[in-house]
Design a protein around this ligand. Structure first.
Ligand SMILES: *[C@@H]1O[C@H](CO)[C@@H](O)[C@H](O)[C@H]1NC(C)=O
Ligand SMILES: *[C@@H]1O[C@H](CO)[C@@H](O)[C@H](O)[C@H]1NC(C)=O
Ligand SMILES: *[C@@H]1O[C@H](CO)[C@@H](O)[C@H](O)[C@H]1NC(C)=O
Length: 458
């Protein structure tokens, strides 16, 4: 009965690994409105540490309007998006402003102050004149929001994963679209390892955005696309980096982020530049993510790659352990730009815009919720089996969000099911040679709600 255990085991794990730094839970409506940014000195470079703002040197008033338009006090028009439920980014009058929303408390019992930010960073759009700022919302007002996560107390993160033959057999009994197996290597992993592998506790998104409605124009563009498409075989050429293994570190966000950059670089150069970037550098050096506890592709594949650049695997090989940043200054850095949520901003994603972005520009980083049936996937078109929920009301992976690389889409002529083709980072022995297919068009496990893409620089 491991499935019943999972729920009980998870609680103490969360409580013991995560203390005060709980991500906020702020929605689009919480952030939309009029803000004042108190900006400190702009004499820094990208190594600036924004723990406080220092003396305020300038004040920016900005209106964040529907859907993604930012207007400053001089009437300059720019862009804004929330970043998951964690904070937001504004680009206006030649400068970018990025901050996490303010919060206090613990993961289990936290308060979000969505009308204020933690100290954030600002720099001009070409990455100069760095400084710190704090945002305060003028109107409309937002009440502090308490987030309580109820977890069971008896859960042991050090317990080894336990084989459950019945659960696997039942998955295969109740449905035929995908096949479940038991992976013997799981028995050597603790529950803490298993949850990390599924995303890490700091990758969670409470309250996913709804999928955006499609437009006639989008539907017309999609109708002209091929029925089946896969970057592993575009006219006989494979543009997809090989499957890797993140092991027991919540670094999926780093793998999907670097792999998106690698794949798009291959595509942009007609496969003449085939680099492998270093997720370890991200795990150890990025201030935009939380090492082996999780992170987000908008901030890593996107913002980190634009602001700091990615180094090659040979510069900082993967060790699957968090640690101090020791990446050599002499290593070459590779940049990308124009990072964006598919659809334009957070909350604007849907199946059609993902198909177009994938086809036109290359693989995209997608997030989805891992359930305890998914870890047994061996092949076929995955869709979450409802009975698994009935067996386990609490899903230990509930609090994480797994990030993976979307590389194709298709349509199964026998079952009539539409699917996505996705590269996982659980090694080549998992799933369909390291890949999986998941049902398309129904936002299965949230996979159509928050895709991210970038443009490589070469
Ligand atoms: C959450 O924390 C607040 C303030 O620290 C406290 O007043 C409240 O009782 C706590 N709620 C729960 C359910 O623990
Ligand atoms: C987070 O916020 C969203 C929307 O504001 C809400 O639907 C969701 O229930 C919140 N999550 C928790 C755990 O409170
Ligand atoms: C891309 O590379 C292939 C060889 O892999 C070559 O046949 C093709 O002509 C190249 N395309 C362009 C536009 O250079």
């Amino acid at each position: 009965m491991y499935s019943m255990f999972l729920c009980f085991l998870f609680a103490s794990f969360v409580l013991s690994t995560v203390d005060a730094d709980t991500p906020a839970n702020c929605s689009y409506e919480d952030i939309r409105g009029t803000w004042i940014f108190h900006v400190g000195s702009l004499k820094y470079d990208k190594t600036v540490q924004c723990t406080s703002v220092g003396p305020v040197k300038s004040v920016v008033k900005v209106n964040l309007l529907f859907p993604d338009v930012a207007v400053d006090q001089f009437g300059n028009k720019g862009f804004w998006t929330i970043i998951y439920n964690q904070g937001f980014e504004v680009v206006v009058h030649g400068r970018k402003y990025f901050a996490f929303s303010k919060y206090s408390g613990t993961l289990k019992n936290s308060t979000s102050y969505c009308d204020e930010t933690m100290p954030g960073t600002t720099h001009d759009v070409i990455g100069r004149e760095w400084g710190c700022f704090i945002g305060k919302k003028l109107a409309p007002s937002v009440e502090p929001k308490r987030t309580i996560i109820k977890l069971d107390k008896a859960f042991n993160p050090d317990q080894l994963y336990q084989r459950n033959v019945d659960f696997v057999a039942k998955i295969n009994n109740v449905q035929k679209s995908w096949k479940a197996v038991h992976y013997p290597e799981y028995e050597t992993m603790t529950m803490r390892d298993m949850v990390r592998r599924a995303g890490g506790v700091k990758s969670r998104v409470l309250g996913k955005p709804r999928v955006a409605p499609s437009s006639d124009n989008l539907k017309k563009l999609v109708a002209a696309l091929p029925k089946n498409f896969d970057w592993r075989n575009r006219d006989g050429v494979d543009f997809v980096p090989k499957v890797r293994n993140q092991e027991a570190c919540g670094s999926c966000y780093a793998f999907a982020s670097v792999e998106m950059n690698e794949a798009r670089l291959r595509i942009a150069t007609n496969n003449t530049v085939q680099l492998t970037f270093s997720p370890q550098d991200v795990v150890e050096c990025s201030e935009y993510s939380q090492g082996c506890d999780g992170g987000f592709p908008y901030l890593i594949g996107g913002k980190y790659a634009e602001d700091f650049g990615l180094v090659e695997e040979s510069c900082r090989p993967y060790s699957s352990k968090p640690g101090k940043c020791v990446t050599k200054q002499s290593c070459a850095r590779h940049y990308s730009t124009d990072y964006r949520y598919v659809g334009g901003y957070y909350g604007a994603c849907n199946e059609e815009s993902m198909m177009l972005a994938l086809y036109k520009n290359g693989p995209i980083a997608v997030s989805f919720e891992v359930y305890n049936d998914f870890i047994h996937y061996k092949g076929g078109i995955y869709r979450h089996t409802k009975f698994a929920d009935e067996l386990n009301r609490f899903n230990p992976f509930d609090l994480t969000n797994h990030v993976v690389l979307l590389v194709g889409y298709g349509h199964d002529p026998v079952s009539g099911l539409k699917y996505w083709v996705v590269e996982n980072s659980w090694g080549e022995g998992w799933g369909e040679d390291g890949f999986f297919r998941i049902i398309r068009g129904t936002d299965e496990c949230g996979i159509e709600s928050m895709a991210v893409e970038i443009s490589p620089i070469f």
